[in-house]
Design a protein around this ligand. Structure first.
Ligand SMILES: [Zn+2]
Ligand SMILES: [Zn+2]
Length: 365
């Protein structure tokens, strides 16, 4: 969908007409997004993407390489982690994440390729957990293995010393790993001599708050905005009442009452959702590239590995990785709007620009 899509088109897409929301947002608005994504490290270091949702104290992680560039505050926001595969440069950060989360009353969901349970259980078996039962706050890890046609999930609890136990849940896998009102997470199993997940985050539509309008109405920024966005994402009727609530000077709660649709018209802009895709560690074979292309189709932003120059294509094939040219070509064919490269091989230290140039030439070809 183009960035100048009208709200009426969005209403049509999401079946909102029946709620009368098309009367609320009549204008075209520039495309913005409700999440911010950034590579965790420099392209010569471990791969990984951090996706934060402002105002929601929530984030997603793609890959668990070296996480030291993230603050504990960042890591505490993580609710879901998607590990493409468990080569060391994509999984060594598991311990850093666990270290920060331990002792918290939190459930974190991790997804990985087949045999992910073994890798997670191996990590968990590497520590002594005799004190874990005494933690007042019990961390739970929900771990899902992604197989070509099914998802298998096990839960590991801190209080049980992270022992594998209980029943293993199974669900069909139709390409979607996670579906929430505001976005869905799609994945494909690609080949890297081992199965490797490619990922795409597809936002259903984006609600942007106009700060000036908040000031004009004398409303503070706060957790009520999450409730407000949720109401819109859940397509609550615009005639519904909505209470804006906040604290002032400690505990005193203040509140103002609005009609949901009227408030939305005053403070929010709605734009089509964005799509970001993440491709790391895949063999450049035609069938693999086609699968990747299907997942990436029309992404607004593609984060893609470019470990080798095309002149070293044989080496790339041996290692089951892409060349920069293949990365750029894939992005062009898939209709991606923007690309960011990462996972440069250390053999090109100081030559990052060459990798960029080769990929961009193929992308803009
Ligand atoms: Zn790998
Ligand atoms: Zn790698």
């Amino acid at each position: 969908m183009e960035s100048n899509g009208t709200f009426a088109t969005i209403c049509q897409l999401y079946g909102w007409e029946s709620f009368g929301w098309d009367r609320v947002f009549p204008r075209n608005l520039p495309m913005r997004s409700s999440f911010h994504s950034r590579l965790i490290n420099d392209p010569f270091f471990d791969p990984g993407l951090f996706i934060a949702f402002p105002y929601r104290r929530r984030a997603l992680l793609f890959d668990l390489g070296d996480l030291h560039a993230l603050t504990p505050r960042d890591l505490l926001k993580v609710s879901h982690v998607f590990v493409t595969h468990t080569h060391m440069d994509h999984f060594i950060g598991f311990d850093s994440l666990l270290r920060i989360l331990l002792g918290r009353d939190k459930e974190v969901h991790l997804f990985g390729p087949p045999e992910f349970f073994d890798r997670v259980e191996g990590k968990l078996a590497g520590y002594t957990w005799n004190l874990a039962e005494e933690y007042e706050q019990a961390l739970r890890l929900r771990v899902t293995e992604v197989w070509p046609e099914k998802l298998r999930t096990r839960t590991y609890c801190c209080r049980d010393r992270f022992k594998a136990g209980g029943t293993q849940e199974e669900a069909p896998f139709d390409g979607t790993l996670l579906k929430e009102p505001s976005f869905r997470l799609e994945a494909a199993l690609l080949d890297h001599r081992i199965p490797c997940l490619a990922l795409a985050l597809v936002e259903s539509f984006s609600i942007n708050i106009r700060k000036q309008s908040l000031q004009d109405l004398d409303l503070p920024v706060g957790p009520w905005l999450t409730r407000f966005k949720k109401a819109l994402h859940e397509r609550k009727p615009p005639e519904d009442g909505f209470f804006v609530t906040w604290e002032e000077g400690g505990r005193i709660m203040k509140e103002k009452h609005f009609i949901l649709g009227e408030l939305a018209q005053k403070i929010a802009s709605i734009t089509p959702g964005r799509k970001i895709a993440y491709i790391s560690d895949i063999a450049g074979r035609p069938d693999n590239l086609q699968k990747a292309e299907r997942l990436v189709r029309n992404a607004d932003h593609l984060f893609i590995e470019a470990p080798f120059l095309d002149r070293d294509r044989e080496r790339a094939e041996e290692k089951c990785h892409l060349t920069a040219r293949q990365a750029g070509t894939l992005a062009r064919k898939a209709g991606a709007r923007r690309i960011t490269l990462f996972h440069f091989s250390p053999r090109y230290a100081g030559m990052g620009q060459e990798l960029e140039k080769e990929a961009m030439e193929a992308f803009l070809h």
